[in-house]
Design a protein around this ligand. Sequence first.
Ligand code: NAP
Length: 280
Amino acid sequence: MRLRSFGEQNIPVPVIGQGTWQMPESGKGRREAVDAIKAGIDLGMTHIDTAEMYGRAEEIVGEAIKGVDRSRLFIVSKVLPSNAGYTKTISCCERSLSRLGLDYLDCYLLHWRGGLPLSETLAAMEKLQADGKIRSFGVSNFDVEDLEEAMSCLSSGKLACNQVLYNLENRGIERRLIPMCQKNSIALVGYTPYGTVPGASSQAYKRLAAIARRHDATMRQVILAFLTRLDGTFTIPKAARLAHVVENANAGKLDLSEDDIQEIDELYPVPRRDVPLGMI
Ligand code: NAP
């Protein structure tokens, strides 16, 4: 698994992590999901993304990481915008920690901008960091202008991360947002990497499958390798099934050639003009 420096603190983090939205929450599905996350950790996907919004996901992650050496893990959670502001951000972080069974988070994000004053939420993040409850903090679903505003609100801290939609059909962020994050050492974590997987009869499928064959890999592994090819980028596919986790983790070994990248560029071009940031 390739590691990459996450934010200005230079924390080494695997480029492919594990998402946890819509994990099965009970019965056999839940047990399989816990085992899948554990297997992902063993395979190097120690970056785990969760959120207070994701139902019981924080508890599921808590169960999966029980007994794992804490220093190996990079655990990220998020506060809902409706729970943001100074006081609530701090209490929500404490509740997330308790559901996860942790003393600290590696990164804490504002899930999307929302209507509460950004300066208060970010002041709470700085306080949580100063108190050792989070190692770093950031935002999610912030386009260039919102990110600039967030950076201007900070007094002592530094944004470590912006988590945004990034998949083959949503490459608008390569125009301005990714360069801005790279310039400011802000990790760009792409979510919903499998938002676009072409249908088996399509031309795109045939060409992606041919690239995959050249590397003895799968098409999904090609997609994950493509989405993490740029400096400062990470991806967090969610998989509740063991076979999916294994396939995703093995994408961390795949290096695409310039020709492969050019071919994918032709299939899924970056838009020619700026487009609004997509969001799910
Ligand atoms: P995704 O990871 O692109 O896709 C998840 C789906 O793909 C699941 O149905 C999963 O199946 C399947 N899958 C995973 N690996 C596979 C494989 N190797 N082969 C075949 N199918 C596979 O979508 P996502 O969950 O929307 O995004 C990923 C994570 O990003 C989320 O879980 C969440 O942590 C984060 N996220 C953040 C935001 C935000 O606003 N910040 C928004 C959306 C998502 P199984 O589960 O059955 O294995």
